[in-house]
Write a protein that binds this ligand. Structure first.
Ligand SMILES: [Zn+2]
Ligand SMILES: [Zn+2]
Length: 104
């Protein structure tokens, strides 16, 4: 349910992800996005840090979080490890689509 399998996640951050503070922030983001994944529109159960600049202080930076479904979230972290760079993910996706359509 939470992304805690990453080996680069510190024990401190891991504990934070289990805290009620994070659970509350997480619920606010899911509610804001109507439980829709920001990538595919499926039912979202995960919350992803877009730039990850505001770890431990997400409550004042809800714009840095987005709702995602489990498969999209897993895929994102698989491709980008722990960089939390959704923008790069979208750019890459656009490049691939453009390439597939023969724009390059
Ligand atoms: Zn998705
Ligand atoms: Zn994530």
């Amino acid at each position: 349910m939470i992304h805690v399998n990453d080996s680069k996640v510190s024990p401190e951050y891991r504990a934070y992800l289990e805290s009620s503070k994070w659970q509350e922030i997480r619920n606010r983001v899911l509610l804001r996005e109507n439980y829709r994944c920001c990538v595919c529109g499926d039912k979202a159960t995960h919350v992803h840090h877009i730039r990850g600049k505001h770890r431990f202080n997400e409550a004042s930076h809800l714009e840095d979080l987005c709702a995602m479904c489990e498969p999209c979230h897993d895929k994102l972290h698989l491709y980008f490890e722990f960089c939390d760079n959704l923008k790069a993910y979208y750019e890459q996706k656009r490049h691939e689509e453009a390439k597939a359509k023969g724009y390059y």
